[in-house]
Design a protein around this ligand. Structure first.
Ligand SMILES: CC(C)(COP(=O)(O)OP(=O)(O)OC[C@H]1O[C@@H](n2cnc3c(N)ncnc32)[C@H](O)[C@@H]1OP(=O)(O)O)[C@@H](O)C(=O)NCCC(=O)NCCS
Length: 190
């Protein structure tokens, strides 16, 4: 792998760029305090913007490391901060990472995460040299399931009742997916 870090990336409608502490107000207002967005996530709504600010202060520093791949998603139109995408848990020897993403509710269903993930995968496979990206989601999280399928992730199994939702306590099945370098190229050509 040739680490290049959280380089600014551009798509038709989006700018993916490193996080800044000063993003806190917008991130809090647009999704980080919304229980509908965090329903299937591993964190709960922030409750207070000071928590968002503390998190993003750390994230701004992390984004300076060459082996960190964590972007703020900005809609070009209006220059609005609308979400988050990362290839985290990077394993240098395995050349693997794990995808995670979320978007403010106001921007769901417009193809925006598919657009962001397509570009992140291009960067990870074509520029950085990842061999595999892992992805997992609650089985009932249909939106996330479709985003991964549309971007070429392959279904690899279901872990039964493997995760307990933080907000409701309900246990849900977890779908495991992965995209290999060769899957990526096959999907891109199809
Ligand atoms: C999951 C999430 C990222 C999807 O982002 P998005 O930008 O709305 O997704 P897209 O618009 O790119 O949609 C891709 C496909 O999924 C479908 N889809 C999206 N949300 C859906 C939903 N809630 N139910 C059914 N289908 C959905 C779209 O119709 C589209 O399919 P199509 O092209 O066949 O019509 C967004 O809903 C979100 O941030 N949710 C909260 C956080 C979260 O759950 N993150 C993932 C954790 S694993």
């Amino acid at each position: 792998m040739e680490h290049k870090g959280t380089k600014e990336l551009r798509t038709k409608r989006l700018i993916l760029r490193p996080w800044r502490e000063s993003d806190a107000g917008e991130a809090f207002a647009n999704w980080m305090n919304d229980p509908d967005v965090t329903k299937y996530l591993t964190w709960t709504p922030h409750g207070d913007v000071s928590l968002t600010r503390a998190l993003l202060k750390l994230r701004e520093e992390e984004c300076k490391r060459p082996e960190c791949y964590h972007w703020a998603i900005v809609l070009k139109e209006g220059n609005v901060l609308i979400g988050d995408i990362e290839a985290g848990t990077v394993d240098e020897y395995q050349a693997t990472g794990c995808i995670g993403y979320c978007l403010g509710k106001a921007w769901w269903g417009k193809g925006l995460m598919t657009e962001a993930l397509t570009e992140v995968l291009r960067y990870c496979f074509e520029e950085v040299g990842f061999d595999r990206i892992n992805g997992s989601h609650a089985a009932e999280n249909i939106g996330s399931s479709r985003v991964m399928e549309k971007c070429g992730f392959v279904y690899e199994g279901t872990r039964r009742k493997a995760y307990r939702l933080l907000q409701t306590g309900e246990r849900v099945d977890v779908i495991e997916r992965g995209i290999l370098r060769e899957d990526y190229w096959q999907h891109k050509r199809s």
